[in-house]
Design a protein around this ligand. Structure first.
Ligand SMILES: [Zn+2]
Length: 355
């Protein structure tokens, strides 16, 4: 009888109590696992949140860096207003808002504007270190140093509904590159730039003579023909042409009937005009550009019956960064740094305070 009771107890134990205990134990384990999972998730969430906060903080500190960036030197520049002769002291980046907005259309891509800001800052520092004006660091003439326009004058030339957005875009391009300059062997480069290269940039020796500037090489850029600055024409009657040439070459003599008397006789390495024959005189391409107000030295000459037509490619001297080339590169997804490294060779982009 006792045995039967014992078996019965064991039977009940095996059938009901043990499974119930095991299930409970599993539940505990499961719930523990769930907690671990939840904790892990929570940890991940917290980590993500921390990362987000860190990112936000680093963004904030980046923004603060922009606002608080302190130039060890060159923080303020003396700008000579060419027309009035007045010299204005102005914080460098505030000056650069006026340069970038004068030198490059605000409609250009942000990365192109940033490249322009770095180039203009570099050019400014170069001018400060290689003095051109007696009591000023730089002037506001594009023929002498680099163009600059006041915010007030700039606004007058923009449509009213675009003014604030354009200005903000330019300010950002300058502020996001604060302190950045282009260096070669740890010195700021002479960062020449121009409007449109016509597809190929030029070396400085073919424009100004001399030597140096190993970072200024001939490079090709795509997409420049899409811009209005790419092609232009100048046509003069034979008499007008002769009159203009005589202002400089009094004894010039041209036989307009002879097709050999006006012709391009030499090109530069970049394919621009190096020498042109006008009757008994040979002129450099640069001279011809100046005399006839051509947009570049990349031209062909057509001797028509009674007139001479210059068909011109590109706009500017062609040395250094092409602005339309930069814009096209930005459109293809290139960064300001990539644009700069395309147009200037063996250079570095550095924080000016690190020099
Ligand atoms: Zn100047």
């Amino acid at each position: 009888m006792k045995k039967i009771l014992l078996y019965l107890f064991l039977f009940i134990l095996i059938c009901f109590i043990l499974p119930a205990l095991l299930t409970k134990r599993r539940n505990i384990q499961e719930s523990k696992e769930t907690t671990i999972l939840e904790e892990t998730k929570l940890e991940n969430d917290l980590t993500n949140q921390n990362n987000l906060e860190e990112n936000t903080n680093s963004n904030n500190s980046q923004n603060n860096d922009i606002q608080e960036y302190k130039y060890k030197n060159y923080g303020t520049i003396r700008l000579l207003h060419e027309k009035t002769g007045e010299i204005e002291e102005i914080p460098i980046d505030e000056y650069l808002y006026g340069v970038v907005s004068a030198e490059m259309p605000a409609t250009f891509e942000k990365e192109a504007l940033k490249a322009q800001a770095i180039v203009a800052r570099t050019y400014t520092i170069y001018k400060i270190k290689n003095k051109k004006h007696e009591n000023a660091d730089i002037c506001d003439s594009s023929n002498c140093c680099q163009a600059w326009i006041s915010k007030e004058n700039r606004f007058e030339r923009w449509e009213e509904n675009l003014r604030e957005a354009n200005w903000k875009k330019i300010q950002e391009a300058v502020d996001e590159t604060k302190g950045k300059i282009i260096t070669y062997e740890n010195e700021p480069i002479n960062a020449f730039f121009h409007s449109n290269s016509g597809g190929t940039t030029e070396i400085p020796v073919n424009v100004w003579g001399g030597s140096g500037y190993p970072y200024l090489q001939i490079v090709e850029t795509a997409g420049e023909s899409e811009y209005s600055q790419y092609s232009s024409e100048v046509e003069l009657s034979n008499e007008e042409l002769l009159k203009k040439l005589k202002e400089k070459y009094n004894d010039i003599n041209i036989d307009f009937e002879n097709s050999e008397d006006i012709k391009i006789i030499e090109l530069t390495e970049s394919g621009r005009v190096k020498t042109v024959k006008f009757g008994n005189q040979n002129l450099s391409g640069v001279e011809v550009r100046t005399i006839f107000g051509l947009k570049s030295t990349n031209f062909t000459i057509l001797n028509k019956n009674g007139s001479i037509k210059f068909s011109v490619k590109g706009y500017g001297h062609g040395v250094g960064m092409s602005q339309t080339g930069a814009d096209n590169m930005a459109k293809q997804g290139n960064s300001a740094e990539e644009i700069i490294k395309h147009f200037y060779k063996d250079i570095e982009i550095k924080d000016i305070n690190s020099l």
